[in-house]
Unconditional design. Sequence first.
Length: 382
Amino acid sequence: MSVPCCSADYSALSYTDRQCGNDSANLWLDVVVVVDNSQGMTSNGLTDIASNIGSVFAQSRIGTTNYLDPRTTRVALVTYNSDSYTNADLNQFQSTGDLFNNVFSALATLSSTDQSYLETGLSTAEQLLKAGKNQFNRAHFKRVVIVYASAYEGEGERAPMPVADRLKGDGVKIITVAYDQRGDGALLDQLAKIASPRMNFTNNRDLVPQVQGALYEANCFCPDDWVQYRQTFGDVTSQPYGTCIQPVGLTAVWQAAKLGCANRRQNTFLVNEYTPHKHNFVLKSASVTSGFSQPWKYHIGLNWRNGNWTWDQPTGWPQPVLQQWYNWIQGYPVSSSSMSGCMNVQSGFGTGWKNIALYTESANYVCETASCDTDNYCATNV
């Protein structure tokens, strides 16, 4: 079991599902910044990029030394044109001051060539990320490449797509920024092939929050064996929430299921279903989990407490009262002091809620916890 050092707090949330953390001071990533310094970028473009890089990481803990908090970010810098050059590996910058001084210095001068082969920069980034993956107990830290490009060149061995596909296949998120000197949008479209979903941008006044938003998303993930709640169940690249669920294929009575969830990770509880979207996502996740079978039957966090139907939460936290959307099957809830738990059961072609006794009816169950993100550091990925 991993124990978060900085636990996400559900207790103050409104009746909505948790979003990914968005605190730039608490990013914990390994990032390689890859900058096109060919003639096409222009000196002003390089200056803009240096300012953007500095602004994106201005609040973050850079490096691995002198910090008690493990939520730190390592930043490497690569420049490329006809070839690539490592200006700094992942262990060089040990403070925000280091980052500022070296980035502005490294991006002060254009190369003498107008050739711009992104493949060379991505290949170097790949090498740096591999070299740094297992250093300083950071194997569970997510990895990101940020590309600033003024052109898209290369075919055959110099084509950037194979390297980009390798990186993404290895779990690396790629953020791209098009410095489109022609302004016709072609470069942005080309870089979209390289970028991870929702992470392809162009140089504009909103670039800092856009890049930071992509970093927050890259830093938002679920531990192994948990499923990240997202916009579309069938598309693992769709917009994620800051919530993880875990269908459990073993059976238990409701009260045992509640305690079983609580003991899986810190601040874990029986799943809520605030919306039809969440209900459908939980059902689809359960339906593809070993141990679940039709007719569907599994415990959720709804329970009768202090005169209201409320949703389970960690011990000591307020339990949100049921509101907005209901999914009771016909004839339920039954008024009974002994039937204060709740499960999803298949009814015809649909699945809905049925209240049950806490200690008599066994079923599978589904747990929920916060994602690992800027508000919730996870010591390992298990």
